[in-house]
Write a protein that binds this ligand. Sequence first.
Ligand code: ADP
Length: 461
Amino acid sequence: MSGKLIVVSNRIPTAATPAGGLVYALHETLRKTGGIWVGSDPEFHASPSRSLTEIGDQSAYRRLAFGLTELDHQTFYLGFANSVLWPVCHRRGDLVRMSRRFEQGYRRVNKRLAQQIFEVAKVDDTIWVHDYHFFPLASELRKLGFEGKIGFFLHIPFPALGDLGALPLEASLARWLADYDLVGLQTRADVARCLEMFRSELGAELMNDGKIKYGDQTVGVRSFPIGIDVDTFVATAKRPMADAKLAADLSGDIVIGVDRLDYSKGLPNRFRAFGRYLETRTDKSRRASLLQIAPPTREEVTAYQDIRHELEELAGRLNGENAELDWTPLRYIHRNIDRNLLAKLYRIARVGLVTPFADGMNLVAKEYIAAQDPNDPGVLVLSRMAGAAEDMTQALLVNPYDIEEMSEALTQALNMPLQERQDRYEACMAQVKATDVGRWSENYLSALKDSRRKLSWDSFS
Ligand code: ADP
């Protein structure tokens, strides 16, 4: 790369070494290459100044924050991004909330951010934009005259053509994405849907190298399945649990679920399936417990308040009907857990239960596998609808709408012989290693470097 790298994401980490997969990967990339990370800082409530503001540690690369007004927060973030785009991409058109103000806020923030980035970007810089908050950012930068490379990566599912109908007419993902050089997606199925959109909405031509041709320009569309920092996670999970009392409390058959409390994660059906498993188990002396860790998220959005209430009611009923004086079948924890402890909880658990209705990738599935003891591994029960299922085909794949099937998968997982557990673990672990997050950003950036938006004259001859 000749110029510098500018990464744009909704949130910017302020700690010197941030935890968490994606953030860690981008931090490591920028630490090596130098450059700028642009994002909003949740602690930075100032009204938007005309320029980006330096925040946090600036030693390895620059961190520049953009501010959001309360109106921006309501319309851009809670509104268009999380009450329109998020449900559309997760096949929940029924949860979309429409408002002209949302769309205006989304455009206003993207336009202002493009101007702020344009002030610090040089012509040979590469800009890497992350996620659904910023679909129009390249279009806005091109309007200002930025001609350098701009890449986009969508972390959530790419919507099917039919679902795009739930977006306002003016919000054309096809037009917005056509201004990028490379559109990165999580899975091959996402790529197929994206190409179909370009073909149908712009009449773009599909070229045999996975690019689309639209007017005199080309856009690359490829999958780059994201993963975790495997070595660090494996090493953390291996260390013994410091808290001996907790380790003793968690003995027995633990089934673990770890998700943000989002309606896309299929939590109510997961609770129902666990309840069904308890009812149908033949050996009643076997007392499995479900440890569900689900920190609340986006609580200002009504759909998130609704799912929280629904789950609280289901959890109460499940325990009320099944608990014994010395056994609580469901432990439901509404908090963030330290990652070191999380890795050990995964390792203790006999089953990892990951059952979203729709999910871009689902890193919890990969973390669960990476945390297992290869000599005595647990079993991953994984929704077919998670991006992770495209390659982790040796997990026990389930339909997250089918309570009976999930309950049977739990029975199968808890009774699975050692050899089968090891075989499945090894196959899944090979996939986890193949998508290590370090390689993910390298692969993406090298593809972006090789991409070429304008067709050269020889392409016409
Ligand atoms: P999403 O990005 O939709 O939240 P992913 O499964 O891809 O779903 O990523 C979630 C990440 O957040 C994982 O790295 C997971 O370990 C972490 N996480 C989720 N819930 C918790 C929690 N309660 N405590 C700590 N980390 C969590």
